[in-house]
Design a protein around this ligand. Structure first.
Ligand code: HEM
Length: 538
């Protein structure tokens, strides 16, 4: 009497009839007692008071009263789809992960989201978008929990509550709900200048996608892949949409918000229903796993930095096709639980301090959001690999465990869990040197450069893209009440580019400050002989 199986699309097939949801010839209570009337409560006479003994009335209303669960603390608004990932086999020499092998097909569930708005907020706001993919691999679940912007606001997870508090609605007025949380948001990103690069991406056309089907996705952090020989390679993951990257201009987004606040989720669901299945290629940039964790002067552990594709090309390793809409929003899109730490053999983390904090945060929040430690048993979260863990009991336990000795080794149960060999196991640590043994609350000096890549991004923009960026900063900074915040915003812009700063200052009716420091040389100076030589997959 194990739990019911899960179809390739992640839906409960309900092969255990007792658990089939809401089917069968008769309406019943939750206990299976047949009902003859669900429209009238039990009363002492047709015009008399309602009787407490009406079990069906109490059950129906009690369950309804508890239908809502907390929305996600961030990324509350999302839309999702089922699909399939097919490996090209081109990554097999850098990762032993089975799902990357040639022509292996793996079911996936992808949830796209905005970061800041609540569950009922509008789709076409200026914000970062989440791009989270659950791969139900034969070796266990692998979650790639990324965004549509390749860098992040902060370098250390300890600041995550702070940036989210600054960007979420004001605690007194509960406005606004999008990226432009005005004074507190701009106060934060101008005082914590490592946020400059991400903020510039948000103010660019990337901040308002045309469609969820037309967004890139990024793993953001540097990951470590491990091959069958135990050799490791550092990588950055990229999703490249087959439909290309497209955006809405501000005016379009405003109209879409007004006409159809569900613009993006409707577009995704309609396209899939019509058979126009969106596709993305998964790609990696690869870097040698050297003790410095640097590449061409770029700190690979700093999540506010990209590695330009001119220095390390993105090479594709598989194709994802989204081909089925969820059949139940709550059971799938709302209850799905992603976690950076869900990894399979051949994929590992790095010392990026933002990534390390995420390893703690996701399960921790899901313990509250999904009511205890057994949410991996929910149909959408269930692995498609056999499970033989030693976990027991807890809120919302649905498994009926057998045996008396949930520890190993034990001499009492015949089916004592055994351990895999190192060749098939996940979480095999690569023996990486820990460079310092001294405890420090500090960051590497290479984390101090907050402006050079923002400048690189600005300089790569076309004239019309620059116009949009200037308009976005002018509008958003213009909404700040505090003059000091606007002025600090201009000081940040002065460190990106004089033209950008001057144009925004003009729009705000303020004077443009001079940069406090000389502008950084944005071009990492690669030894040209290195370019194109780092790719070990061919
Ligand atoms: C949710 C991405 C940084 C905490 C999410 C989701 C995505 C995401 C895509 C939505 C998952 C879904 O659709 O259910 C990222 C990226 C980050 C980042 C790309 C940086 C590179 C962080 C950090 C923390 C954090 C630093 C905390 C220390 C959370 C929490 C949720 C969340 C608590 C809600 C999860 C849930 O309720 O299931 N993040 N995030 N994130 N993130 Fe992050």
């Amino acid at each position: 009497s194990g739990p019911e199986t899960v179809s390739p699309t992640g839906q409960a097939t309900g092969d255990n009839p007792a658990r089939m949801a809401q089917s069968g010839p008769y309406l019943t209570t939750a206990q299976g007692a047949r009902l003859y009337d669900s429209d009238h409560s039990l009363k002492a006479g047709p015009r008399g008071p309602v009787l407490l003994q009406d079990h069906h009335l109490r059950e129906k209303i009690t369950h309804f009263d508890h239908e809502r669960i907390p929305e996600r603390v961030v990324h509350a608004r999302g839309a999702a789809a089922h699909g399939v990932f097919r490996g090209y086999g081109t990554a097999s020499n850098i990762s032993k992960a089975a799902f990357l092998a040639k022509d292996v097909e793996t079911p996936v569930f992808v949830r796209f989201s905005t970061v800041l708005g609540s569950r009922g907020s509008a789709d076409t706001v200026r914000d970062t978008r989440g791009f989270a993919t659950k791969f139900y691999t034969e070796e266990g679940v692998f979650d790639l929990v990324g965004n549509n912007i390749p860098v992040f606001f902060i370098q250390d997870a300890i600041k995550f509550p702070d940036i989210v508090h600054a960007a979420k609605p004001h605690p007194d007025r509960e406005i606004p709900q999008a990226q432009s949380a005005h004074d507190t948001f701009w106060d934060f990103v101008t005082l914590h200048t490592e946020a400059t690069h991400h903020t510039l991406w948000n103010m660019s056309d990337r901040g308002i996608p045309r469609s969820l089907r037309m967004m890139e996705g990024f793993g953001v952090h540097t990951f470590r892949l491990v091959n069958a020989e135990g050799a490791s390679t550092l990588v950055k993951f990229h999703w490249k949409p087959k439909l290309g990257v497209h955006s809405q201009v501000w005016e379009e987004a405003q109209m879409a918000c007004g006409f159809d606040p569900d613009f993006h989720r409707r577009d995704l669901a309609d396209a899939i229903e019509a058979g126009a299945f969106p596709q993305w290629e998964l790609g990696v940039q690869t870097f040698p796993d050297n003790p410095e964790q640097m590449f061409e002067g770029i700190d690979l552990l700093d999540p506010t930095k990209i590695v330009p594709e001119e220095l390390a090309p993105v090479r594709t390793i598989g194709l994802m096709t989204l081909n089925a809409n969820p059949s139940n929003y709550f059971a799938e899109t709302e209850q799905v639980a992603f976690h950076v730490g869900n990894m399979v053999p051949g994929v590992d983390v790095t010392n990026d301090p933002l990534m390390q904090g995420r390893l703690f945060s996701y399960v921790d929040t899901q313990l509250t959001r999904l009511g205890g430690p057994n949410f991996p048993q929910l149909p959408i979260n269930r692995t498609h690999a056999p499970v033989n863990d030693m976990l027991r009991d807890g809120m919302h336990q649905t498994a009926v465990h057998r045996g008396v000795a949930p520890y190993r080794p034990n001499s009492l149960d015949a089916g004592c869990p055994f351990l895999a060999g190192e060749d098939t196991a996940a979480f095999i640590e690569v023996p990486v040197e820990v460079p310092e043994s001294r405890k420090v609350r500090d960051a590497a000096a290479s984390f101090d450069d907050h402006f050079s890549q923002a400048r690189l991004f600005w300089l790569s923009m076309s004239p019309v893209e620059r116009e949009h960026i200037v308009a976005a900063y002018t509008f958003e900074l213009g909404k700040c009440y505090e003059q000091a915040v606007k002025e600090r915003g201009l000081k940040s812009l002065a460190r990106i580019d004089a033209q950008l700063c001057e144009q925004v200052a003009t729009g705000l009716g303020l004077s443009a400050p001079a940069p406090e420091e000389p502008l950084a040389d944005p071009r990492p100076s690669p030894a040209l002989s290195q370019v194109g030589k780092v790719w070990p997959l061919d």
